[in-house]
Design a protein around this ligand. Structure first.
Ligand code: C5P
Length: 403
């Protein structure tokens, strides 16, 4: 799997850099070519000469090297690779990557690349668990950076805990798995999925709106999971803080009417997953001017919004073959979900308990039941990402037989 793969190995300044010579050897044994960029800190732990000898290539260190820039340039360096692996990835380089700093060759290459990036964090346990590092980690993961390790154990600083860089076999396995996944054409290749996500905002006037508490986490995770299985995904999203999943086309909208229009414009599709929490009502005659605060509060006249799920499920010949809705309920979950499936004429309903005790709204986990024509399947409480992966797998199984 690693045969002829080009790996740009970025070595940052951590004690785990001592594992890098062995890593290079093992990668080359498997037919990969390794080109190293080493930071100033990295060169304190492993000499550029060692890296050059083992990789059989020049080692790149200097952003302003006249010869390197004229021969190669940091942009080409970052793109003439199949993957960039940062090992060890220190807290410092992770912070720089998260904030887009580019003050040396390594960080500049990481910012300039259009290739997948993998990091192998390595640091003291307190540094690893620090909220700053964890926030940076999340930012990087949300941008599609793959993370290997770290493991727990004795650390070079004498402390014990999380922060040991993944061992060489683990790094080899992660790279192998990565190339396996990108070579496999996923089971949903060639299928188009529309996913709605997030809340809608219905204006009251030029500055105020009606909304709900949907975070968009579940819908965005579903879009990402479908794309991971090879689907072409159009994500129609209301205002959320969620980043766009890698490889997904995002259509940003605010109101239910705009969401419907964007979904219809995205047709034809094979699959529609309506995970958005669409506002049920809009305010009649909402204008651009701010309503002034007077003696009596204004009387808002509400009218019903279009039902996007029901509209897509009734789209005649343009109807996606598999239409999936959500039923977020606080009471009588399954009965309500079954009734919703019948009323909206969709194929599946993902029923989820959103009672305050469930913590589903805005939280990271979800307890769902899949309601289909065949019956009800109850899933254990899972992270929203895992719910999305499981749903995407189910969709792929359906697609295999029916799409
Ligand atoms: O009727 P209710 O809002 O509970 O139905 C939930 C399901 O219907 C979700 O899949 C949601 O995305 C979808 N829906 C929609 N358009 C609406 C209201 C709900 O697509 N206007």
């Amino acid at each position: 799997m690693l045969e002829n793969k080009r790996i740009l190995l970025i070595v940052a300044g951590g004690i785990a850099a001592v594992k890098v010579p062995d890593l290079i050897r093992r990668l080359r044994e498997r037919g990969a070519s390794v080109r190293c960029v080493v930071t100033k800190g990295g060169a304190q732990f492993v000499t550029p000469l060692t890296l050059a000898a083992l990789s059989g290539d020049k080692v790149y260190q200097d952003l302003f090297s006249l010869t390197d820039e004229s021969e190669m340039g940091h942009i080409r360096l970052s793109r003439e690779a199949d993957v960039l692996l940062v090992a060890p990835a220190t807290a410092d380089i992770m912070a720089k990557m998260a904030t887009g700093q580019a003050d040396d060759l390594a960080t500049t290459a990481l910012l300039a690349t259009d290739k997948p990036v993998m990091i192998a964090p390595s640091m003291n346990a307190m540094m690893w668990t620090h909220p700053a590092t964890q926030a940076n980690l999340l930012t990087l993961q949300n941008r599609g950076v793959r993370v290997v390790g770290p493991g727990a154990g004795d650390l070079a600083c004498g402390e014990v805990g999380d922060g040991r860089m993944a061992e060489v076999p683990e790094l080899i396995a992660a790279l192998t798995q990565f190339f396996q996944k990108t070579q496999d054409r996923g089971p949903l290749t060639g299928k188009h999925a529309i996913v709605t996500s997030g809340p809608t905002h219905e204006p009251i006037d030029g500055v105020r709106y009606i909304a709900n508490r949907s975070s968009g986490k579940q819908g965005h995770a579903i879009a990402a999971a479908l794309a991971d299985l090879g689907a072409t995904v159009t994500l129609v999203s209301g205002p959320t803080a969620e980043p766009a999943p890698p490889g997904v086309t995002v259509r940003k909208i605010e109101t239910a009417a705009q969401m419907l229009k964007a979904c219809q414009a995205a047709l034809p599709a094979d699959i529609a997953v309506c995970a958005a929490a669409v506002a049920d009502w809009k305010v009649e005659g909402a204008g651009a001017s701010k309503i002034k605060k007077g003696k009596a509060p204004p009387e808002l006249k509400l009218s019903e919004n279009p039902d996007i799920l029901a509209t897509l499920a009734a789209a005649g010949p343009a109807r996606p073959k598999l239409v999936i809705g959500f039923a977020a309920e606080t009471d009588d979950l399954i009965d309500n979900a079954k009734a919703k499936r019948a009323a909206k004429k969709c194929d599946w309903i993902v029923a989820n308990d959103v009672s305050p005790a469930s913590g589903a709204l805005g939280g990271d986990s979800n307890t769902v039941h899949l309601v289909t024509a065949e019956g009800v399947e109850s899933w254990p409480t899972l992270k929203k990402r895992a719910v999305a992966e499981r749903l995407a797998e189910r969709i792929a199984t359906f697609a295999e037989k029916n799409l």
